[in-house]
Design a protein around this ligand. Structure first.
Ligand code: GLC
Length: 473
């Protein structure tokens, strides 16, 4: 089975969020199952020099997009056994940052078309074109409308995985002919038309052979108006949407071997606790291992439920906990959080940047991880939190609902705490509930053990992807 993964980011080369993490870890798990899997992303300027130096030039050719005919180079390197291809065009990708440019439609149309063009040049005709999110959605559209009749492309199937339905790649309708060079007939509600504009993601959904998303619950949610982002109709019509929950790389996230931790641990809560005081010292919080610590590691955007937290910061702190925030995002959240941090310097630590190392330290030192998301296609944070025994407090939506089981004292089962309504006081009540268990060390140790025993490696999910590919093949 030959699979080409197509995406706009992949760890460790470039990453803005969970999409990059998935592209950095799922391919390895598929390779372990015997799949010949390769990855292609744009060659951005932001890719670290050390990787750029390892790349070798494989091919170059021209790619035409409406009136432009552009140079395209293919560079490659092998990373942990996976061949990675980089689509090189300095005009589109030699810029600082990954996204948010004026010519976004053209950049990713170029990328998608280049991917289809490169296949004969790199001598790899995959069985499955596996595209991720809107930036790679045109791969299915071009495949079906332009390439599927050609030798070598006929038997290929395409899969589109949606990591977040909110981001769709919606552009003015003129883009369709003038830039994408697609037939005007696609400007139709059955195809790419979306509120008088065109949607890349909708095109991908319509033209791919199978849609999947990153949890079972989200696969159902997106067929409803609340979560559907106006694509619920198209998704329902498409039929079965595969929900395959993400995993995490158990080698990268391993508290027993994590170099970022002061004290590494396997499953002992007492050893884990030894990480707390050094971190409190580093963050300028009151140093005392008996103070419960809650962390929030996230992009600071509405989706993640930050509004609920900001609504009740003093009440959360009145529970006697420390709260540590790590991440960047919208400016108004930065401001509101900074103001609270000034008011509560010993209890609240706001870190408006992102660092993998600091994230690992926080997972290792904290007792609870808060994820009150408004919606969450999968969420990787709770999976890492479980692995490190930092009990997740989550809102029951998407992948959070699928991976966190609220603790149930009657049965002793559960690996975290959850609430269902998007409501600040329901969240607060759940934190309070968690605190009552925290005060009983025996119970807490039991829940931490449950959490650390949960298997969220890629093993099972990679096998589900393989089933999906085989079913199409
Ligand atoms: C997006 C989603 C997140 C998911 C990730 C990887 O970032 O918001 O829930 O875990 O993609 O699939």
């Amino acid at each position: 089975m030959k699979v080409l993964m197509i995406a706009s980011e992949a760890y460790p080369f470039v990453k803005s969020g969970g999409l990059g993490d998935v592209l950095g870890s799922l391919p390895k798990a598929l390779r372990d199952l015997g799949v010949d899997v390769r990855v292609v992303i744009p060659k951005y300027q932001d890719i670290d020099e050390s990787y750029q130096e390892q790349m070798t030039h494989l091919a170059d050719f021209q790619v035409d997009l409406a009136w432009r005919n552009q140079f395209c180079g293919i560079e490659t390197l092998e990373y942990q056994g996976i061949p990675i291809y980089f689509v090189d065009n300095e005009y589109y990708f030699k810029r600082q940052g990954l996204y948010g440019f004026f010519d976004e439609a053209e950049r990713f149309a170029f990328f998608s078309k280049a991917v289809l063009e490169m296949l004969p040049h790199i001598d790899f005709m995959p069985d499955i074109l596996h595209a991720h999110d809107w930036q790679a959605s045109l791969v299915s559209v071009y495949h079906k409308t332009r390439y599927a009749h050609l030798d070598g492309y006929k038997d290929m199937k395409s899969v589109l995985t949606i990591h977040n339905l909110k981001y769709q790649g919606v552009f003015a309708k003129e883009v369709l002919g003038d830039i994408l060079a697609l037939d005007e007939s696609l400007f139709h509600e059955e195809y790419m038309e979306f509120n008088g504009a065109i949607s890349f993601l909708k095109g991908g959904i319509v033209f791919c052979d199978r849609v999947s998303t990153v949890s079972k619950t989200y696969a159902e949610e997106i067929k409803t108006a609340y979560f559907g982002e106006q694509l619920e109709g198209v998704l329902s019509k498409k039929g079965d949407i595969y929900g395959i929950v993400n995993g995490i790389d158990y080698r990268t996230f391993n508290p027993l071997k994590d170099p970022a931790l002061s004290k590494r641990y396997k499953s002992s809560y007492k050893s884990k606790l030894l990480n707390k005081e050094p971190l409190q010292k580093e963050l300028g919080l009151t140093v005392d291992k008996d103070i419960p610590m809650i962390i929030f590691i996230s992009r600071l955007v509405e989706q993640k439920g930050l509004d609920l937290i900001l609504h009740v910061v003093p009440e959360i702190l009145a529970e006697g906990v420390q709260l540590v925030v790590l991440g960047t995002g919208e400016e108004h959240y930065h401001q509101a959080l900074s103001e609270y941090a000034e008011r509560y310097p010993e209890q609240l630590s706001v870190n408006l940047y992102y660092s993998e190392e600091m994230a690992h330290k926080l997972y290792g030192a904290s007792d609870m991880t808060l994820l009150p998301s408004k919606y969450e296609p999968c969420g990787l944070t709770q999976l890492i939190a479980l692995r490190y025994g930092s009990l997740p407090i989550v809102r029951e939506t998407g992948g959070l609902a699928d991976t966190v089981d609220s603790y149930w004292p009657e049965t002793g089962m559960g690996n975290g705490f959850s609430f269902s309504n998007y409501n600040a006081h329901d969240m607060l009540h759940t934190i309070h509930r968690a605190m009552t268990f925290y005060r009983n060390p025996e119970v807490w140790e039991k829940i931490v053990k449950n959490a650390m025993e949960a298997d969220n490696s890629w093993k099972n999910s990679a096998a589900e992807y393989l089933d999906l590919y085989e079913e199409l093949g």
